[in-house]
Design a protein around this ligand. Structure first.
Ligand code: PEP
Ligand code: MN
Length: 340
């Protein structure tokens, strides 16, 4: 395992003193790859702190030369890129709201062409891996180096206790589609709460992410943005030291072949059962039609769901997981009956 890439710093650059303070604290933590600081802040509602713009870039330029650690910030408009070039900021990221908009990504790609700036791309607000990959491809088509994809979670109707639901299967799909691209996790925007950040970060590292982007503030409670989720530098240092250590000699891979063949058998069996289940649905469809019954029977579906969830509980299966699978199966059963 390689050393994880660690990008840390405040949600927003708030003053020269705050940036100097955090740069000095972070420079004492080994393995900090880059310092982040938001210069232009996308706010959900108007009236909040929207970032300090160009003066903040000036302080970042000064401090990166002084501490020898590169700074990075979010860019959302072509003017931002011009200012980054002027201030020697050569690492930027596209935020979730920008990645979601192909017109903006196109415009930024043009502005970044030949700038020498490396770009990280956060996932879009919605769990659409193709939209995320599309933004990366648009940049790459303009000859821009995309240095990482950053997973910051997704804004869902039910975020299951997170600020942004991690839906880990989405970044895992990104890894499959772009295996060479470093994948970072932003546990701060996923968790939304400082106390939850370490467990999200650990989960990401267990899943094989290449590193983290973590919000850190010298005095989190006084932060002008995202006060609840920022760590202190000492909590970050603890978090980093609790991550699995890189090993010079990889331990021998365990022999998984027997367990893997059992998984193969079980998957094949599940698919065979699903095919049989859809066959039964098809047979039922004609009977329902002849009897003038509608395909979807809400009472029956309710009873099926309750019964299976009860069984799942006895089998110690996660209720939300089983419910999601059953909803998918039921949806497909309805579709198959409509088509028959
Ligand atoms: C941020 O990193 O401060 C930020 C606004 O992130 P996101 O685009 O993930 O919401
Ligand atoms: Mn933030």
């Amino acid at each position: 395992m390689e050393h994880p890439l660690i990008i840390a710093g405040p949600c927003s650059a708030e003053s020269r003193e705050q940036l100097r303070h955090i740069a000095s604290q972070l420079s004492d933590i080994p393995d900090i790859t880059m310092i982040r600081a938001g210069v232009w802040k996308p706010r959900t509602r108007p009236g909040g702190f929207e970032g300090l713009g160009e003066p903040a870039l000036g302080w970042m330029q000064e401090l990166q030369a002084e501490y020898g650690i590169p700074f990075c910030c979010e860019v959302a408009r072509p003017e931002h890129i011009e200012l980054c070039v002027q201030h020697n900021i050569s690492n930027v990221w596209l935020g979730a709201r920008t990645t979601a908009n192909p017109f903006m990504v196109e415009e930024l790609s043009e502005a970044l062409r030949e700038s020498g700036i490396q770009v990280m791309v956060k996932n879009p607000m919605n769990p659409d891996v193709r939209l995320w990959l599309g933004a990366i491809e648009r940049l790459q088509q303009c000859g821009i180096t995309v240095s990482a994809a950053i997973h910051r979670g997704f804004s869902m109707y039910d975020n299951r206790g997170y600020r942004n639901d991690p839906l880990w299967e989405v970044p895992m799909e990104m890894r499959r589609l772009a295996p060479e691209l470093p994948l970072l996790c932003d546990p701060s925007h996923i968790a939304g709460r400082a106390d939850l950040v370490p467990s999200v970060a650990q989960a990401a590292m267990q899943l094989g992410f290449d590193g983290l982007m973590v919000e850190v503030h010298p005095h989190p409670t006084c932060a002008l943005t995202d006060a609840q989720q920022q760590l202190t530098p000492s909590t970050l240092a603890e978090l980093i030291s609790s991550l699995p250590k890189p090993t010079a000699n990889q331990p021998a891979a365990p022999d998984l072949s027997a367990l893997r063949s059992r998984i193969d058998e079980l998957d094949h069996e599940m698919l065979r059962l699903l095919a049989e289940r859809m066959d039964v649905s098809r047979r039922m469809s004609a009977l329902k039609r002849d009897a003038g019954m509608s395909v979807y029977q809400p009472k029956r579906w309710e009873a099926v769901l309750a019964d299976r969830l009860q069984q799942a509980e006895g089998l110690s299966l996660d209720q939300a997981f089983v419910k999601e699978i059953l909803e998918k199966i039921h949806g497909e059963s309805v579709r198959v009956q409509m088509e028959s």
